[in-house]
Design a protein around this ligand. Structure first.
Ligand code: 5BU
Length: 263
């Protein structure tokens, strides 16, 4: 394989951040590298989907700002489901401002993301301050950060140099940055290990007419060495059975992982 695969078990001791080790433990215990993206606009629908797919996932990804009736009750219910089914919560907030502002966006406002989301993500466009700012809020609460190193959409402005610079920024904060949102494995010049979570994964569709591009679990795990597949509409699109699809993607993701170990 182009990207030699090391097992989740063997990588676990390489991480100092507790969220990373918890996530790897869940992946191993549940044999699931599937993150479901619950992009629904009603709290009850997000909770119902989380309860349905919970047994088959290692992580649930949210967009809190699209939920019309977001409130503290929703957060409490989501946390209960995360405990019941053992999955991590990832608020896909994509912070992109100066350190001082993202601290407020992370800790305060309507969503108080730092209080409930194990993992958040950020663009590195503003420079290192965005990481330092989020870390000052998140690390004391035992949270973790993913950096956006690449996107799945057509015509993204990410360049190879930007992606590489993002890894260099991660290497300054390996206690808080546990990985990347990217489309392939990203080796670190400093020798740190990072988890790569990959959106734009689908077995049935090629795109969505708005620039999204789908690849298969086999493409991203075997060919490109990623670690976690992120699947949204592939699982909950109207007409699809979320439980059946979650099982299908869990198996596809785990089979691809095993194939990548053997490759
Ligand atoms: P989909 O329904 O599987 O297409 O949903 C993909 C999700 O991942 C959606 O919530 C996006 O906001 C998110 N996403 C993405 O699709 N591509 C990216 O590069 C990044 C996030 Br970063």
């Amino acid at each position: 394989a182009v990207y030699p695969r090391v097992s989740y078990e063997a990588r676990r001791p390489r991480f100092t951040n507790a969220v990373a080790t918890q996530l790897l433990d869940l992946i191993i215990a549940k044999q699931s590298n599937l993150c479901v993206s619950a992009d629904l606009t009603k709290a009850a629908d997000v909770l119902q989907l989380a309860d349905q797919v919970g047994p088959y996932i290692c992580m649930l990804k949210t967009h809190a700002d699209i939920i019309e009736d977001f409130d503290a009750k929703f957060v409490e219910a989501l946390q209960k489901l995360a405990e019941k089914h053992r999955f991590m919560i990832f608020e896909d907030r994509k912070f992109a401002d100066i350190g001082n502002t993202v601290q407020h966006q992370y800790a305060h406002g309507v969503h108080k993301i730092a209080d409930w989301s194990h993992i958040v993500n950020a663009h590195t466009l503003p420079g290192e301050g965005i990481i330092s700012g989020l870390k000052a809020v998140g690390l004391p609460k035992q949270r973790a950060l993913l950096l956006l190193a690449q996107m799945s959409s057509a015509g993204t402005l990410f360049t190879e140099a930007y992606t590489q610079q993002t890894v260099v920024l991660a290497d300054k904060h390996p206690d808080f940055v546990i990985g990347f949102i990217a489309q392939r494995a990203l080796p670190s010049p400093a020798g740190n290990d990072y988890l790569v979570l990959t959106p734009g994964v689908g077995l049935d569709d090629k795109g969505d007419g708005l620039g999204q591009q789908y690849r298969t679990p086999h493409d991203v795990l075997v060919k490109d060495g990623c670690d976690v597949i992120i699947v949204g509409r592939g699982i909950y699109k109207p007409g699809r059975d979320p439980v059946a699809e979650a099982k299908r993607y869990q198996k596809a993701g785990w089979d691809a992982y095993l194939a990548s170990l053997a490759a």
